[in-house]
Write a protein that binds this ligand. Structure first.
Ligand code: DQQ
Length: 545
């Protein structure tokens, strides 16, 4: 159990009193940003590079822009021996708006260098008010982007109506003949100018084309996020042979129940599914989509004749701050997933900080023997490890049941490292990452902050509790529980036995990251491994330049 004296994790620096989780959908964040009075927004002068480089909350081994706002990963692709990542980016402020595609490249999916912005809105064009999310593919040897453009429209003409914006969404096309993918030539007119005739959709965006191996003549299929008011989210399926002339087929997958409540924004109720990704994996197909601030996966069969997705298993892709993910194939053909890790602190705080959002570490997707999705961190991240430190624990106290609280004598410095814990719990087990204090100092113990708190008991062996979240897990007989934490400035990515993930943001005031200690309750001999690595930053400052 979590030591009762330890405070639950804080979510915000300015508002330490509140521990309220902010709803994570980008649309909710958009709404919050739009609600900022312009006077307040203008008061936030952009921070200087040196100030940003000193901010200890800025991650050091995750990809994020040197300043300002980012959200969804877009068009990740391996091309000419390099990994390219694009992502939703506001070049002028640390709040959502004016969406561009930022661009970075990497030799290994871990070390990144920023390149100039790849896509910007074209005045008077179908993306005049934003280059929204999309995909990069290679067709006949030509790198091609298919993405959603938005342009302001009347409420009647708009396909995106979220209470703040009325946008007409169209699917757009651009190609590059530059080996570094720096420059893109846009086709001036949309490749899909409107949703299918006769459909009243709640949204029409985030195209995701893929080559379906079972289809003849190398045709492309494409999933587009959509839905129907009061009927639920859905994925529209299109077909093309050249990525420009698209034929609408039908709804390939969708909800069979109406969204929850009467939200102004259909994403908030679940009546609109954003950022679909549909791809073959092993002998099944996987569908991933985002709605209501959460990311869902489904595994099943894509019937090769009728091209309808038949769901077999489903689950939540991550139990924390994680949204709008996108997959790609790495150079060895592994399916890699990237996600946007949003802020969970108030808009005014991140806007004042001058940056918001980061990209997750690359996650490898595989299919378990049980047909469920498995998620592990890409092994390339191990390159960042410095010397392994075996953590020893000292007993602090024993509770009424004889369970011991054990504290590490070793600390993670600079909030930049990895912790691996394997345990075969024969008794209730908990592990907390927390600010170290002198256990004899009652006042300090009372104000101690736990950044993440994990509890497990064999009595409920299929469940792991992370803070307030319940993660479903299934351990084979004799299989240890494996917890892998990646801690970086203000984020913790937790991987549990390659079966479940939880991404947590944590904030603290001041110019220095706190040291982080490990507190365990349970039986010491149950722990088979407890190792800590300081991880090497991927750039000399926190700007990845
Ligand atoms: N973010 C993009 C949209 C997408 C949403 C806009 C999901 O294309 O639906 O920034 O976070």
């Amino acid at each position: 159990m979590i030591p009762h004296s330890v405070k639950k994790p804080q979510e915000s620096t300015a508002s330490m009193k509140t521990n309220r989780r902010i709803f994570l959908s980008s649309t909710a964040i958009i709404a919050a940003a739009a609600a900022l009075p312009s006077r307040v927004a203008m008061a936030f002068a952009p921070n200087s590079a040196s100030e940003l480089a000193k901010d200890p909350r800025r991650p050091q081994f995750h990809l994020l822009p040197a300043r300002n706002w980012m959200n969804d990963p877009n068009g990740p692709i391996f091309w000419k021996g390099r990994y390219h990542m694009f992502f939703q980016y506001n070049p002028n402020a640390a709040v959502w708006g004016d969406m561009h595609w930022a661009h970075a490249w990497s030799p290994d999916m871990i070390h990144w260098k920023h390149l100039p912005v790849a896509l910007a809105p074209t005045s008077g064009g179908p993306d005049a008010d934003g280059c929204f999310s999309g995909t990069a593919v290679v067709h006949n040897g030509i790198p091609t982007l298919i993405y959603t453009g938005v342009a302001k429209a009347s409420p009647e003409q708009a396909t995106l109506r979220d209470g703040n914006n009325n946008f007409k969404e169209t699917q757009l096309y651009a190609t590059s003949n530059d080996s570094m993918l720096r420059t893109w030539t846009k086709r001036p007119t949309p490749v899909i100018p409107a949703p299918p005739p006769g459909m009243q959709v709640t949204g029409f965006r985030d195209p995701a084309p893929w080559r379906e191996p079972t289809l003849a003549n190398g045709a492309w299929l494409m999933a587009v996020g959509s839905g129907t008011k009061d009927k639920g989210g859905s994925i529209l399926l299109y077909k093309s042979s050249d990525l420009q002339a698209w034929e609408y087929l039908h709804v390939v997958a969708g909800s069979n129940k109406a969204g929850a409540g009467d939200a102004t924004n259909p994403v908030d109720s679940g009546d609109m599914w954003e950022c679909p990704d549909l791809f073959p994996l092993g002998n099944k197909h996987v569908l991933i989509y985002s709605t209501q601030g959460k990311v869902f996966w489904k595994t099943g069969e894509l019937d090769p004749n009728e091209l309808i997705f038949h769901e077999e298993q489903s689950g939540l892709l991550d139990h924390g701050s994680f949204y709008a993910p996108k997959t790609q194939l790495d150079k060895s053909g592994n399916r890699i997933l990237w996600g946007w890790i949003p802020e969970t602190r108030p808009v005014a705080e991140y806007s004042a900080a001058g940056w918001a959002g980061l990209m997750s570490l690359p996650r490898v997707l595989t299919l378990g023997e049980d047909g469920r999705l498995r998620i592990s961190v890409a092994s390339a991240v191990e390159k960042l490890r410095t010397r392994e430190q075996k953590v020893s624990l000292k007993q602090v106290q024993a509770d009424a049941t004889g369970n011991k609280e054990l504290l590490s004598d070793m600390r993670l410095k600079d909030a930049c490292g990895e912790l691996l814990c394997t345990v075969k719990p024969t008794e209730p087990f908990s592990i907390d990452l927390l600010t170290p204090v002198d256990p004899k100092d009652a006042k300090a113990v009372a104000s101690q902050v736990s950044y993440i708190s994990i509890r497990y008991s064999q009595a409920n062996a299929k469940e792991l509790v992370v803070d307030q979240q319940r993660l479903q897990i299934g351990l084979a007989a004799g299989e240890p529980l494996e917890l892998r934490f990646f801690i970086d400035g203000s984020v913790i990515e937790l991987f549990v036995n390659n079966q479940a993930t939880c991404t947590k943001r944590f904030y603290y005031p001041g110019p220095t990251a706190p040291e982080i200690a490990i507190s365990v309750t349970g039986k010491e001999s149950d722990i088979t491994r407890l190792s800590l690595w300081q991880l090497s930053p991927i750039s000399k400052d926190r700007l990845t330049t």
